[in-house]
Design a protein around this ligand. Structure first.
Ligand SMILES: Nc1nc2c(ncn2[C@@H]2O[C@H](COP(=O)(O)OP(=O)(O)OP(=O)(O)O)[C@@H](O)[C@H]2O)c(=O)[nH]1
Ligand SMILES: [Mg+2]
Length: 311
């Protein structure tokens, strides 16, 4: 099944607000007028497009005023083009061959989906033929390393963890990267404990983890990915800023997009933070992580006629 159809199948609530909502607006052959465009703006807000909703509606009104919108298909196409323009970034997988090993540090608030996403990334990279080592640097919750270890055992990934309580996360990260270098693995994924910006010492600790990793392997971590909980919609932006202020985040992963109509928040998240969205999480299972391709994402939430599984 293509990426587009998989996304359309998993992002049903955001798709319901936008793609299906648009079809409903035009039901009965309604003409395009101010009332219809106001209802469309409400749909955009339902999908949590926030300020983008107002900007896009204004552009649509302008096009309508110039006589360029004649019906549902014109509006859908114009909306598609406007959203895609706001999502300008190169899609696709990061290059895992540029470093040996490629070290990826994963950070985020409590419960955003970090550990699950790490398991999914490891699965994805292993499927692509890469060897993966996990570093369990969430040393605050005993269950965290166990959660990662169960997954690693089941899937034949290597893991570096400590069994004592409250071990130093930077020391675990150092050990994991050293082991990754010694064993010549392709990718080292470092899990970290969830933290809130109010926990200044924990935010500062992330920087220490980064510095220690760099000491072990100069230039590493090569990527620092912030996992955001997609169900928070626009509220994730402020949360993300606290992380980008504290640590050099290089990319975003938005998890849990399957359970929410607020997927439209990705436009604001991307625009406000100026960071590329690398992957989106679309469910709890291992394979439910998709590489973020802007065009497929916009198609999946805006286009109609994707319900027939043809490929
Ligand atoms: N529906 C859905 N659930 C997800 C997704 N990603 C993670 N979850 C769920 O979110 C919950 C929290 O996931 P974790 O991976 O433990 O989150 P975490 O950020 O590691 O949590 P802490 O280590 O406690 O900070 C779990 O119940 C996961 O199954 C997703 O893409 N979709
Ligand atoms: Mg975790």
């Amino acid at each position: 099944m293509s990426l587009l159809r998989r996304l359309a199948q998993r992002l049903t609530r955001t798709r319901g607000a936008l793609a299906d909502g648009l079809s409903s607006l035009f039901r009965g052959g309604r003409p395009i007028d101010d009332e219809l465009l106001s209802e469309l703006e409400r749909l955009l807000y339902t999908a949590d497009l926030g300020p983008t909703a107002t900007a896009v509606t204004a552009e649509l009104k302008h096009l309508h005023g110039r006589g360029e919108l004649h019906g549902e298909e014109d509006v859908r196409q114009a909306l598609h083009a406007m959203l895609l323009k706001r999502m300008d970034q190169d899609g696709g997988e990061v290059d895992l061959d540029a470093h040996s090993p490629t070290v990826i540090l994963v950070v985020g608030v409590n419960g955003s989906g970090k550990t699950t996403t790490i398991a999914k990334l490891a699965h994805r990279f292993q499927e692509a033929g890469k060897s993966v080592l996990l570093g369990a640097a969430d040393t605050y919750r005993a269950a965290a390393a166990d959660q990662l270890e169960i997954w690693a055992e089941r899937n034949g990934a290597q893991i570096v963890r400590q069994h004592t309580d409250h071990a130093d996360p930077a020391a675990v990260a150092f050990d994991a990267v050293s082991a990754g270098v010694a064993r010549e693995v392709d990718v080292v994924l470092i899990d970290t404990a969830g933290r809130l910006h109010t926990q200044k010492n924990l935010m500062g600790e992330l920087d220490k983890v980064r510095r220690v990793i760099d000491k072990c392997l100069p230039g590493a971590p090569h990527h620092t990915w912030l996992v955001l909980d997609g169900t928070n919609g626009q509220n994730a932006i402020q949360q993300a800023r606290h992380f980008t202020d504290a640590v050099d985040v290089t990319g975003l992963i938005v998890a849990k997009l399957d359970g929410t109509a607020r997927g439209g928040a990705l436009f604001g998240i991307k625009e406000s933070l100026g960071l590329p969205v690398r992957y989106v999480g679309t469910g709890e299972q291992l394979e439910l992580l998709e590489v973020f391709e802007p065009e497929a994402f916009v198609d999946a939430i805006v286009c109609d006629g994707l319900e027939t599984p043809s490929d």
